[in-house]
Structure formats: structure tokens, C-alpha cells
Design a protein around this ligand. Structure first.
Ligand code: NAD
Length: 292
């Protein structure tokens, strides 16, 4: 028997679509919410493409692909989340948007439904405070891309009932991932270490210590990482990293989280990484152009 039978995922961007896919692949019914039909269709199509690629590579069977898509129901109406046992919020890293949506969803779902947020760097305790029954709110932080990354941080807010964290940790195991419990502090465990590293790398690129490509090659091969930091930023989304590191900076006033000027400029220019077609490494420009 699973800990939760039906799950709602809010937002079908980079993270929401991966989270919805993983859960549907594990055999559970998933209702996904987006702001409009276009975004919903784009997200569901991306899940279909990811699974189709899995079939081509022999990682997913054709029947698994079809069954996974069958288990995903899209909606633009929060009222359709009413029957779910667990809601995972994965909308933009903007506290007002998240609070507003969590409040709306909490009014729709059952009182005992668990409400989780995939925020990267906002306070889970603050978000929980926007829900009438905050004891059922916790952080469930997946990594990008969710279908491939095996670890999920489970974060207890100040208000979270201990049983909720235990159920979420059990759920993470049931969908084939490993859970780690982390304290509700900006960036939790992994991003707390990752954000200053990425900010330092951007400053290093801006100071022209090396080319973007050489920075990535050096850190990838020198530290045995699977991706260089600038490739990773393009994958994460430069706007998402800016939101996350800015909110960690506001919460701590610790300069290691201060968003570097080059990051701000890239975001202002609309160069957001893979999702916009241009980033530090992604796109047809040269790496040197990006730093200038
Ligand atoms: P994204 O910009 O790709 O997607 C966000 C989606 O939320 C968009 O499709 C948008 O239409 C939707 N949305 C906005 N308001 C909504 C609403 N009211 N109702 C329904 N949908 C709404 O962002 P993302 O990268 O998927 O990030 C989502 C969350 O996951 C953020 O909190 C982010 O910090 C966190 N996160 C991101 C990463 C990453 O690497 N990108 C990793 C872990 C966690």
C-alpha cells in the first residue's frame, strides 16, 4: 500500500513536469495544475518527449510510457485538486505567488492532505504560515532533472508535525528516490553549499580568469563532477538561480549568497539558459561574448 494514492503537482515547468513524471511512473495518479492550457500542453508534451526518449534508449518500455501518460491529468482549475492526498507545489520561486496559491489549494483539499513545497531557497516555515493548518506543510526538494536525480531533501518547517515528515520520507522511497532530512534554513543542505559556489564561478567568469568552457572543463574533471558549474546554471535556469540566491541573501545578509552583477545582467537580457535558448554555455554565441 502506498503512503499517498493520488498526488497533485502545482506548476508544470522544469521541475513540476519531472516530479509529475516520476510519481506517475511509480504507478500513482497525478493531477497537474498550470496557469493556462498552453503551459499545461507544453508541460505534458515535454513529459511525453522525455518518456519517448527513454523508450528510444531502452530505459522505458512502450507500455510504461503509455501507462505513465494515462495517469497524468491536467487542469487549470485548482478545484480539481480536491481529491488528492498530497500536493507538491513547484511554481515559480516567488513567495507571493507561492503563498497565494498554497492558500487557495489548502482551501480546496481535505484537511488531512499533506502540502509540500519544492522551493529551493524560500523558508518552508514562512510558506506554511500561509496555510490554515500549517502542521501538514513540509518541504520536498527534488533536484533537476527530477526523473534522473536520485535524492530528495525532506524539510520540516517549525510547524510541521513529525508524522508528516515520516510519511513524506516513506513516499520518497516508494517513488524510487533516496530521502535526506534537512533543516529549514536558506538552501537547506545542498543549495546552501551550491549557491555560493555558483556565485563564485560567475564572478570568476566576469573577472576573465578563464573562459566559460575552461572553467567547466576544469571543475568537471578536477573535482569529478558530472557537469561544469556554468552548464549546470544553464540547466537550472539563470532566473531560478537568481531568485534562489537573492532570497537566501535577503534571509541571511550573508554576502556569499549575493547575486553577482553578471548574473543579474544575463537575467535582465533574457538569457536564462536552456529554457530561453541562450545562457553561459548554451546557444550559438561564444563563451567570451557572454561574459562581456
Ligand atoms: P519554471 O519557471 O520552469 O516553472 C514554473 C511553472 O509554474 C511555470 O510553468 C508557471 O506557468 C507555473 N506557475 C506559476 N504560477 C502558477 C500558478 N499560480 N498555478 C499553477 N502554475 C503556476 O520553474 P522551475 O525551475 O520548475 O522551478 C519551480 C520550483 O522548483 C521553484 O520553487 C524552484 O526554486 C524549485 N526548484 C528548481 C530547480 C531547478 O533546477 N530549476 C531545482 C529544484 C527546485
Amino acid at each position: 500500500m502506498s503512503t499517498f494514492d493520488t498526488v497533485g503537482v502545482l506548476g508544470l515547468g522544469l521541475m513540476g513536469r519531472g516530479i509529475a513524471q516520476v510519481i506517475a511512473q511509480s504507478g500513482l495518479a497525478v493531477t497537474v495544475l498550470e496557469v493556462d492550457r498552453d503551459r499545461l500542453d507544453t508541460g505534458v508534451r515535454a513529459i511525453g518527449e522525455f518518456l519517448a526518449e527513454g523508450v528510444r534508449r531502452g530505459k522505458v518500455t512502450e507500455s510504461e510510457r503509455a501507462a505513465t501518460l494515462e495517469r497524468i491529468t491536467g487542469t487549470t482549475d485548482p478545484a480539481d485538486l480536491k481529491p488528492v492526498d498530497l500536493v507538491i507545489e513547484a511554481v515559480v520561486e516567488n513567495p507571493e505567488v507561492k503563498r497565494d496559491l498554497l492558500g487557495k489549494i489548502a482551501a480546496v483539499v481535505r484537511d488531512d492532505a499533506v502540502v509540500a513545497t519544492n522551493t529551493s531557497a524560500l523558508s518552508v516555515t514562512d510558506l506554511a504560515a500561509s496555510v490554515p493548518n500549517p502542521g501538514r506543510v513540509a518541504g520536498l526538494h527534488f533536484f533537476n532533472p527530477a526523473p534522473l536525480m536520485p535524492v530528495v531533501e525532506v524539510i520540516a518547517a517549525v510547524q510541521t508535525e513529525p508524522g508528516v515528515v515520516d510519511r513524506l520520507a516513506a513516499f520518497v522511497g516508494e517513488i524510487g528516490k533516496t530521502s535526506v532530512r534537512a533543516k529549514d534554513r536558506p538552501g537547506f543542505l545542498v543549495n546552501r553549499l551550491l549557491m555560493p559556489y555558483l556565485n563564485d564561478v560567475i564572478a570568476e567568469l566576469d573577472a576573465e580568469l578563464a573562459t566559460a568552457e575552461d572553467i567547466d572543463v576544469a571543475l568537471k574533471l578536477g573535482l569529478g563532477y558530472r557537469m561544469g558549474p556554468l552548464e549546470l546554471l544553464d540547466l537550472i535556469g539563470l532566473d531560478t538561480h537568481e531568485h534562489a540566491t537573492s532570497s537566501a541573501y535577503r534571509a541571511t545578509l550573508d554576502s556569499q549568497f549575493a547575486p553577482p552583477p553578471l548574473l543579474r545582467q544575463m537575467v535582465a537580457a533574457g538569457y536564462l539558459g536552456r529554457k530561453s535558448g541562450r545562457g553561459f554555455r548554451f546557444g550559438t554565441h561564444t563563451a567570451q561574448e557572454t561574459a562581456r
